[in-house]
Design a protein around this ligand. Structure first.
Ligand code: UDH
Length: 287
């Protein structure tokens, strides 16, 4: 009898019910400000105990609707990253996502390549977990309403619709930079981002073109909800506007076949697990 009891108690717990489509603990508009000086250690002290190593979290009481990898292109922006982590972790938790935060750090001081870092984040995150949705987010964009769900949909989705820097107005109907989401299938369908946009500009327009070329369209949440504050900053070193990039966006239909996930090469220099995020430092082979 005692053996039977032992066997019964070793049964795995039954699967949890799916989380509700509309998370119940959302609060709506948020107070967001970047004047307060915050250190990474202070944020670790605030949030570390509820997170898993590597900046992972999933709802304790239901099965998340999506497994979401947040990919942040990065170099030398620790102050921004600290604000981002402080605000985003609680939002992503309230949205009941099964998520992980991946900071893809460009090693060295060659020309910055935001798009290639995104591709690398996609590949590296998938090595770790079976993610089905990818958020590609700049480090300086913080949502000011938690009803703006970091969740993928039937078409690629653009979340940073209304940014304070642009008077809360969308710059163009084809805008797809800032914070954008694609499912694994959508991202594979467009062959990811181009790897060849060095310096500032164009890579987000090229991704938009890829989406159209592959017969998809984009969706956006309501501008009244999809509001963001951008952390003020000047232009970074080694990320000057590259005029060649705008020219290249006219050739998306040609480049999509051979330039993207299927031509990606890079070297991982280091993977560091912080409780707030996974930092992957990479050599992107800048020219
Ligand atoms: N990024 C870094 N480090 C860099 C460059 C870029 O982390 O050195 C990342 C970061 O996630 C950033 C994103 O790439 O949010 C996009 O780069 P960006 O912030 O430079 O682009 P944005 O369009 O600004 O926001 C352009 C410079 C504006 C200068 C305006 C001066 N008034």
């Amino acid at each position: 009898v005692s053996r039977k009891t032992a066997a019964t108690s070793a049964q795995p717990a039954p699967p949890l019910d799916p989380c509700p489509d509309s998370p119940l603990s959302l609060v709506g508009p948020l107070l967001v400000e970047f004047e307060t000086i915050r250190s990474l250690q202070w944020v670790r002290n605030q949030l570390g105990s509820v997170l898993q190593q590597g900046g992972r979290h999933k709802p304790p009481d239901c099965t998340a609707r999506q497994k979401v990898a947040v990919i942040i292109p990065f170099r030398n922006r620790y102050e921004h990253l600290t604000h981002w982590l402080y605000y985003l972790h609680p939002v992503l938790m309230r949205q009941q996502l099964d998520y992980g935060v991946y900071v893809i750090n460009q090693d060295g001081d060659g020309a910055f390549n935001r798009a290639k870092l995104m591709n690398i984040g996609f590949v590296e995150a998938l090595k770790e977990y079976d993610y089905d949705c990818f958020v590609f987010s700049d480090v300086d964009l913080v949502p000011i309403d938690d009803r703006n769900l970091y969740r993928c949909s039937d078409h690629p989705r653009h979340l940073s619709v209304a940014i304070d820097k642009f008077n809360y107005r969308l710059s163009s109907v084809t805008a797809f930079g800032g914070v954008s989401l694609l499912t694994k299938e959508q991202f594979l369908k467009v062959n990811g981002f181009s790897n060849t946009f060095w310096g500032w500009g164009g890579e987000d327009d090229d991704l938009y073109n890829r989406i159209i070329v592959r017969g998809m369209s984009i969706t956006r949440p309501d501008a009244g909800i999809a509001k963001y504050k951008m952390i003020k900053h000047g232009r970074d070193l080694h990320n000057e506007v590259n005029p060649e990039n705008a020219v290249k966006t006219q050739k998306t239909a040609e480049n999509i076949e051979t330039d993207g996930l299927n031509s990606l090469n890079f070297t991982v220099k280091e993977i560091l697990k912080d409780v707030l995020f996974t930092l992957i430092s990479v050599d992107v082979q800048a020219p």
